[in-house]
Design a protein around this ligand. Structure first.
Ligand SMILES: Nc1ncnc2c1ncn2[C@@H]1O[C@H](COP(=O)(O)OS(=O)(=O)O)[C@@H](OP(=O)(O)O)[C@H]1O
Ligand SMILES: Nc1ncnc2c1ncn2[C@@H]1O[C@H](COP(=O)(O)OP(=O)(O)O)[C@@H](O)[C@H]1O
Length: 204
């Protein structure tokens, strides 16, 4: 049986999308050293938001560096381009009224500033979250054995060892993962989103 399709000329604007989905998009940009806890927090936050029936998507190395950005390495120019592309992708997700979580080292301030600018120029919400743990702690965690390899000279230009990490100067949130549990980090972020009106209570 044929379905009747009503055609509305012109593109759907952001207000109409917000009405449909009952939420406005935001990019939550996590930055920090390898093993600082970006992916762990992003996964836990995603789970928490999904259980509240909020539309969310997580971008991380697994779905970006092995796909769209598989042509890029870890020299400075490649990292600049990695973050530029991720800034553009997260802008699109957020424009589609998604709560977009990004979990990349994003070591350069200028790259993170560009990602923010790309969003703000499009009138989209963006917050930066510094996922902070001292080098001694992340080296101790070393879940993938990468710090050990970097110290042994088996990996070049490794962030924190032989490549720079520029800590944020004015991130919206600063989470010290050596001093808090994952669920506390999730609570900090959701409290901030509620307090600033980026999400509203009552979902789920
Ligand atoms: N040289 C070097 N430096 C840093 N990290 C390295 C390197 N080589 C491989 N890896 C692995 O790649 C992950 C970081 O990728 P990102 O896309 O987040 O890096 S960046 O934002 O472009 O700097 C990072 O993953 P995370 O541990 O999840 O951060 C590492 O597992
Ligand atoms: N408060 C915390 N927040 C996040 N991760 C933590 C915390 N405490 C310990 N960890 C551990 O640190 C490691 C962080 O790894 P991961 O999330 O992959 O970091 P990243 O994505 O920044 O490379 C995990 O093994 C995680 O269990």
């Amino acid at each position: 049986m044929a379905t009747n399709i009503t055609f509305h000329p012109g593109s759907v604007n952001i207000e109409e999308r917000v009405d449909l989905l009952q939420q406005r998009g935001i990019t939550i940009w996590l930055t920090g050293l390898s093993a600082s806890g970006k992916s762990t927090i992003a996964c836990a936050l995603e789970q928490h938001l999904l259980h509240q029936h909020r539309f969310t998507y997580r971008l991380d190395g697994d779905n970006v560096r092995f796909g769209l950005n598989k042509d890029l390495g870890f020299d400075e120019k490649s990292r600049n381009e990695n973050i530029r592309r991720i800034g553009e992708i997260s802008r699109l997700f957020t424009d589609a009224a998604c709560i977009t979580l990004t979990a990349f080292i994003s070591p350069y301030r200028a790259d993170r500033a560009l990602a923010r600018k790309i969003h703000e120029e499009a009138g989209l919400n963006f917050i930066e979250v510094f996922v902070d743990a001292p080098l001694e702690v992340v080296e101790q965690r070393d879940p993938k054995g990468l710090y050990r390899k970097a110290r042994a000279g088996e990996i070049q230009e490794f962030t924190g060892i032989s490549a720079p990490y520029e800590p944020p100067l004015n991130a919206e949130l600063h989470i010290k993962t050596a001093d808090c549990e994952v669920k506390e980090a999730v609570q900090m972020i959701t409290d901030y989103l509620l307090e600033k009106g980026y999400i509203t209570a009552g979902h789920g």
